[in-house]
Design a binder for this molecule. Structure first.
Ligand code: 5AD
Ligand code: SF4
Length: 472
């Protein structure tokens, strides 16, 4: 048993030499050991976690498992968890009750927990104490160990808990069972060294480690060959890509090289305002296949709160960057993340956030109430603001965010835009759906044969969260 250790997870050593690249290979004798067995997986959290699940699915299928959507019939139930806020955490613990019921009826079922919550010392301690029917716990640093851990659970019939609390390695040659045939996530870096005071990610995902450009470009080229139309370069803070590499090769260089592969659409998430260079802006504005869409988390519009959050920029610096992006990148759409109710956020602080929203008129935003996470500095800050006040601020904020989302969508009415058609619309089976270059969801009247293609769509109607259109 290897359990997570918060102190270890907080460590950052000076030398980069500690980052190892491991080439994953599945041992022959493990192939097919779970033939005939079925797995159910539920994923919480961000794109990084979604992509980890694509990795986990491929590993399970190499062992012989096949995927099913009905949890009650599965032989393995796996929750790939998120730790970012308390509600994500509570949802997982709520789900464990359902798993317990299933295990009472079908004791052979293997129940597993992976992902960011598995990296938390408090969570694993709670599992050990109260949820002893969980058979398998592994963290974000141990995904490649899943075959061995499952093999041990299957043969020894005893639980396996293995969570490394390390700064992290880079895994190459990992298989993925991708959710889409047209758009793909590509990891360009792992972990984060920014340590914003509210955020658990640097503890659950380790130090910043950039993948080598050769490995990234090879993956993009291979995806293009397989017919993928879009790649999203993934990292907790992609703008800092390359800062930990020996070679002087940064995000702008990577974007340019990925653009040269000729893949039709390139996106990247998430950008921290701190590392956004002029060169990056130039590359984004000049390369046609880099999409004009930027997710630029603000978090707060008050300099006092930004300082307490350890964000390393002021409201003024953020706004300067925002306007530069709008000016230099034609038709760019910018979205953001905002936290309200950070410890001791005053009404004045909150009004400053609202003022930034009025000025930036974001295309859309994810908004949250601050949630204290064990081990982070903000969780130790005393807080005198009531829950009611925080909820009321969130509502006021959302009202303005939704207003501007609708306004941004209104400007598309009657226009012809390019949409990558991904599949059948969830709203209307007779329609297809996809996203514009600027990341707007469109339900389109078009033939199903358009699925997998980028087509011209005339926007006929707009709502707050989506638009309607027809193929032209
Ligand atoms: N409480 C509330 N929101 C948080 N986020 C990150 N940590 C917390 C927290 N402790 C939000 C930030 C981040 C997004 C992914 O989640 O806005 O950008
Ligand atoms: Fe993603 Fe952060 Fe949630 Fe982990 S804690 S799954 S990195 S959002």
């Amino acid at each position: 048993m290897v359990v997570p250790n918060l102190k270890e997870a907080m460590k950052r050593s000076k030398e980069n030499g500690k980052v190892q690249t491991i080439h994953y290979v599945l041992e022959e004798e493990l192939k097919g050991i779970a033939k005939g067995k079925r797995y159910f997986i539920k994923t919480y959290g961000c794109q990084m976690n979604e992509h980890d699940s694509e990795n986990i699915k491929a590993l399970l299928e190499e062992l012989g498992f096949s995927q099913i959507d009905c949890m009650e019939e599965a032989d393995l139930i796996l929750l790939n968890t998120c730790a970012i806020r308390e509600n994500a955490h509570n949802k997982v613990f709520g789900f464990l009750g359902r798993i317990k019921n299933i295990k009472e009826k079908r004791p052979h079922v293997i129940a597993g927990i992976s992902g960011c919550m598995a990296q938390e010392e408090v969570v694993v301690n709670e599992i050990l104490k109260k949820y002893n029917y969980i058979d398998l716990v592994f963290g974000t640093h141990n995904i490649h160990r899943l075959p061995q851990l499952l093999s041990a659970v299957l043969s020894k019939k005893e639980s396996q808990i293995e969570v490394f609390s390390k700064e992290g390695d880079i895994l190459e040659n990992m298989p993925f069972k991708r959710d889409s045939k047209y758009k793909a996530w590509v990891n360009i870096m792992y972990g984060c060294d920014k340590f914003c005071t509210y955020c658990i990610v640097p503890y659950t995902r380790g130090r910043q480690r950039s993948r080598k450009k050769e490995d990234i470009l090879e993956e993009v080229n291979s995806l293009k060959k397989q017919g993928y139309k879009e790649v999203t370069l993934l990292g907790q803070n992609v703008n800092a890509y390359g800062k930990d590499l020996e070679e002087k090769y940064r995000m702008e260089d990577l974007l340019l090289d990925v653009s040269k592969t000729g893949i039709e659409r390139i996106r990247f998430v998430t950008s921290h305002p701190w590392d956004f260079t002029d060169k990056m802006i130039e590359v984004i504005s000049t390369c046609e296949n880099i999409m004009p869409y930027i997710h630029l988390p603000l978090q707060s519009g008050s300099n006092t709160i930004l300082k307490l959050m350890g964000r390393r920029y002021t409201k003024e610096e953020y706004l300067t960057l925002f306007h530069k992006l709008k000016e230099k990148i034609p038709n760019v759409s910018i979205t953001t993340d905002i936290i309200v109710g950070f410890p001791n956020e005053t009404e004045e602080d909150f009004l400053e956030t609202l003022q930034v929203v009025e000025e930036c008129k974001y295309d859309s935003a994810f908004t949250f109430i601050f949630s204290p996470r064990v081990g982070t500095p903000a969780a130790k800050m005393e807080d005198t603001i009531s829950k009611e006040v925080k909820e009321e601020r969130l509502q006021r904020l959302n009202e303005r965010i939704n207003y501007y989302s609708k306004c941004a969508n209104e400007s598309y009415k009657g226009k012809i835009v390019k949409v990558l058609i991904e599949g059948v619309s969830e709203k209307d089976e007779d329609k297809v759906m996809g996203y514009t270059e600027t990341m707007k969801l469109v339900n389109v009247k078009a033939d199903k044969a358009t699925i997998g293609n980028i087509i011209d769509v005339k926007i006929t109607d707009v709502k707050t969260w989506s638009m309607d259109g027809e193929a032209v």
